[in-house]
Design a protein around this ligand. Sequence first.
Ligand code: UTP
Length: 463
Amino acid sequence: MSSLHTEAFEAAGQLHLLHRLDQLSGEQEARFRNDLARLDLPRLQQLWNGKEGHSTQGHPQTPTLIGLEESTLRAKARSRGEDLLARGTVACLTVAGGQGSRLGWDGPKGTYPSAPISGDSLFAQFAGQILRETVRYGQPVQWCIMTSPLNHGATVDFFDKHQHFGLDPRTIHFFIQGVMPSLDRESGRVLLAGPDKIAFNPDGHGGTLRALAGSGLLAKLRAQGVGHLSYFQVDNPLVRALDPVFLGLHVDEDLSSGEATSKAVAKREPDEKVGVFGVRDGELTVLEYSDLPPDIAEATDSDGTLRFRAGNMAVHAFSLDFLSRVTAEGGLPFHRAIKKVPFFDDSTGTMHEPLAPNALKYEAFIFDALPQASRPIVVEAERAQEFAPIKNAEGQDSPQTSRAAQCARAGTWLTTAGVDISRNEQGEPESELEIRPSTATCPQDLASLALPKHLGAGERFLV
Ligand code: UTP
């Protein structure tokens, strides 16, 4: 038996791992030991025993939403936000460590060609926005990108291959999130991904907190004068990476503590698979769609709109101080999900591809930080302008729906800029349209361009 603490493995019900280790030698043994050293056995046991997790008790209330329509508030917020950006105090943070299993793309999701005409990748589209704002505000924007050990190399290679999309590589900061072992859902035993490998999965977007602090990036950003992060996911090409109005509201002392601000879009129908913002025991929280009882999901106001309609689009602004505090106070809880995980069967020495979900995966969620924020606010955004995620290979939230939404938004912006666009009976453009983010991140950016007077059916227009 190995020199590792047998009692600890036995107490955690993971003795099979030491038996496996005893079968190995040389490089394989070293590799497996390395994996074993990453296990937090007491925590695993606690998770398996169900002693950790987020409470879903208590009747939720609806949160107050702040609208973004033209107003004095908006104008004030814009100028405050522009000031933050001109002083270089806001960095972008993209979480890109997920496995993207629903999309099924062979590579990190950020490398997916999401743009309708150019076929630019999600990473290229975000980089275009950051480049545009860098020029506008005359300040380099620091861009933090969270990867996982499973996709880090491929992500960094992609940026190298594309010369960092014209950005200064010194402003791009990759940091790697942690992992959690997948457990067999019947026995709680840690699954193997091979004879000398534990089956690890990334520890969720909530892993951002530990990884930011642990990598030293939080301290580095502070040293560069950054005070706030504009957080967004890798899957939404319509996201406003640096929205001055949103950032200005975030730091408006009359409204918010400047710790945590979130954007919401109106949920389309009661069973749309999106979490909604709610208030429980006075704390802002996100109610996951899977936890939402039908009576709450379907409840409507007197005008017929869904009562809990503030869909979480996973866009937040966080102060660095807030993230440090939550990390220091113990971080975020893990949630469990039942998933299909291929595994190595020690008894037969072969890999198995399960047909049904066989494993428990543990992930932390970034929005679990919200209840710990003082005076957090939720700002309502327009879906057609800002939200078209790519989650699935087909159907809702797929590359097709996202491309159509990108084309529709480009049509709206071009119309605002005076271009006459042929539209079908549903009001959708009959031409294929793409506005690169490096060209424009808002309709006003089109004003200085020479645009066609008319775009007819079947035409393609890329600017
Ligand atoms: P999703 O919840 O869509 O998960 O992630 P996913 O792993 O990308 O995709 P599926 O469920 O396997 O199809 C939402 C965002 O959070 C990031 C993702 O990269 C995406 O930007 N994420 C998710 C991480 O950065 N790390 C994780 O461990 C999980």
